[in-house]
Design a protein around this ligand. Structure first.
Ligand code: HPA
Length: 244
């Protein structure tokens, strides 16, 4: 698998299971990244909390290019990530997990490429298979070994700009267009990893039914509660996948 990094959403980058822990910082062309390096079962692993150490960076302001370039500079070749999502698909329920195989990009203001012309040139990265099937296989195997995980293999992740949640009309449109889950962080992360020629996958944790799918109003508190309840489970799943 090569050198592994975990980009974690809230609560996932818990370093208690690592030894030889070191917090560090790396300056990249796009800005600095702060990461945690450690050893897990003999493997060096890098944790990068996507929203910053104290969850202070909202999805639309994350420096995705610095994060991916920084990991590349550190020699990382495989990236597991976690993403919290709302579900548009009645078969994907809160507290379950999804390994998306496609995405639809509804972000608006983000830098989506390393190739903005100039010195880096113009490159059109292939997105036929944006998520690495080998890493996904490792996650599925980890779920089987651990037992007691409902994990859906396949699905389309719709990435919105955030930080607001969607309107029911938007969700109805995404559902008609084939979306299964909706979140705010997977794009451009997945695209940049592909441009940097790194294996990448995300494990999406369903925290709620999306706006209008559920009869109740969606609140941030509901999402946070579900994430807190499941962060230990997603952590265990990823660390098992890292072992494989
Ligand atoms: N929409 C967007 N992002 C999310 C949601 C949602 O319903 N739940 C968790 N992240």
């Amino acid at each position: 698998m090569g050198k592994i990094a975990v980009i974690g959403g809230t609560g996932v980058c818990d370093t208690r299971m690592l030894t030889d822990i070191r917090e560090d910082r790396l300056d990249t062309f796009y800005g600095p990244i702060q990461y945690i390096k450690g050893t897990y079962k003999g493997k060096e692993i890098i944790f990068l909390p996507r929203h910053g150490k104290n969850h202070s960076i909202p999805p639309h302001l994350i420096n995705y290019r610095a994060n991916i370039l920084g990991l590349k500079r550190l020699g990382v070749t495989a990236i597991f990530t976690t993403t919290a999502v709302g579900s548009l698909n009645l078969k994907f329920k809160p507290n379950e997990f999804v390994l998306p195989h496609q995405f639809i990009d509804f972000t608006k203001t983000r830098h989506t490429s390393f190739f903005d012309g100039g010195e880096n040139g113009v490159v059109h990265a292939d997105m036929t298979e944006p998520y690495c099937r080998h890493l996904q296989r490792a996650v599925l195997k980890a779920a089987t070994l651990l037992g007691d995980y409902t994990i859906h293999h396949g699905g389309t992740y719709v990435c919105t700009e955030g930080p607001r949640f969607e309107t029911p009309a938007e969700i109805a449109m995404f559902a008609k267009w084939g979306g299964d889950v909706v979140g705010m962080t997977n794009v451009p992360e997945v695209c940049l990893a592909r441009e940097a020629e790194m294996c990448y996958t995300t494990v999406s944790m369903v925290t709620n039914f999306a706006a209008g799918i559920s009869a109740e109003m969606l609140t941030h508190a509901e999402v946070l509660t579900c994430m807190e309840e499941n962060s230990e489970r997603i952590r265990r799943l990823l660390m098992k996948a890292v072992e494989i």
